[in-house]
Write a protein that binds this ligand. Structure first.
Ligand SMILES: Cc1cc2nc3c(=O)[nH]c(=O)nc-3n(C[C@H](O)[C@H](O)[C@H](O)COP(=O)(O)O)c2cc1C
Length: 321
């Protein structure tokens, strides 16, 4: 039996449109995590944040919203709002490595001030009606910070602890620190979710057998590259050219209904970049799609890609050189 798979939140990519379209073409995802909302002093959601969390935009999907803040009052405000919308779980982001986020002590910046993190958790766990899960890295600068973080997380009833076993300083480079994840398996009390560099069904199966305490796997870039990855891991059909084309076209159509043309073009150029690994020796049309200056040019390149090139035998995310 395969483990449940969660689709990782990816700001700017896995918005409500993407999630709905993905769910209507592929199986295998138990929960979609919504990219973070980041409350500010005036306590209103931006229109983009609202569009992402509105229940009517997420119908038929199991979704978990995420909050990025170091201010306990802001977290509680957001958690209450989300609870009133019907959400039973809210995920706290202590992993975002972006410089603009960490400079404000948010995301992975919270890992720099462990007593502050503990106070924050104390405050939110005593005052929030929802279940709280945490998505974290293993430290700010060094893997050695992780034992202390596990101790802190162990003081609270986290509904799950999602671990991306890299430090903030590593962003997404190098390989995840498997030994740190093993340490969590040995000492963390919360149900554990593994996240990081699972790009093939075999890698998912290996994670499942290496870490029997893992309750679910979270997949990010691997799903963008091969949207059938979770489906294949769960024993379903591998990616085919027909399903990829149908997904791609539906995504473009749905973006057209939701966004102005320039946004659609930007989004679709990213999609072309993400699915590049699905084709053999298709650099020419892929480059044309990525660089297209209009939707007409984009569609032309994509038609050539699907008509003239073969689907790769093992479509799988590859980090840029
Ligand atoms: C473009 C992009 C946006 C991301 N946005 C978020 C986010 O909003 N919240 C979050 O917790 N992680 C975010 N992440 C991190 C992913 O959720 C995930 O932890 C990371 O990609 C590692 O998993 P992977 O190796 O399966 O891709 C983002 C990653 C990328 C590449």
């Amino acid at each position: 039996m395969s483990l449940p798979v969660f689709f990782a939140p990816m700001e700017g990519v896995t918005d409500a449109v993407y999630r709905r379209v993905h769910h209507s073409h592929f199986t295998g995802i138990a929960q979609y995590y919504i990219p973070f909302i980041s409350p500010t002093q005036n306590l209103v959601l931006t229109s983009r944040e609202r569009a992402n969390v509105e229940p009517q935009h997420n119908q038929g999907l199991r979704v978990v919203p995420q909050v990025l803040t170091k201010n306990a009052d802001h977290f509680i405000w957001a958690a209450q709002l989300l609870y009133d919308m019907g959400y039973e779980e809210v995920n706290l982001n202590t992993g975002c490595p972006s410089g603009t986020v960490t400079a404000k002590g948010k995301g992975a910046g919270m890992l720099l001030d462990v007593p502050g993190l503990e106070c924050f958790l104390e405050s939110i766990f005593s005052r929030t009606p929802v279940r709280i899960s945490v998505k974290t890295r293993i430290g700010y600068a060094s893997e050695e910070e992780f034992s202390r973080l596990i101790d802190v997380f162990n003081h609270f009833p986290l509904s799950s602890l999602i671990i991306h076993p890299r430090t903030r300083q590593e962003f997404y480079t190098g390989t995840p620190h498997i030994s740190a994840y093993a340490e969590a398996c040995a000492h963390a009390k919360a149900p554990l979710v593994y996240n990081g560099n699972l790009f093939t069904a075999d890698a998912c199966r290996e994670a499942e057998t290496s870490f029997p305490k893992t309750t679910a796997l979270m997949l990010g870039r691997g799903m963008l590259a091969n949207p059938a990855l979770a489906q294949t891991y769960a024993g379903g059909a591998p990616l085919s050219k027909e399903t990829l084309r149908a997904f791609h076209d539906d995504l473009m159509q749905s973006y057209h209904e939701a966004y102005p043309k320039n946004v659609v073009l930007g989004r679709m150029r990213e999609v072309a970049k993400n699915i590049a690994c699905c084709f053999e020796n298709a650099d020419k049309p892929l480059k044309a799609a990525r660089k297209a200056s209009s939707l007409a040019h984009y569609e032309d390149a994509i038609s050539r890609l699907f008509e003239d090139y073969t689907l790769s035998a093992n479509p799988c995310f590859r980090a840029a050189d």
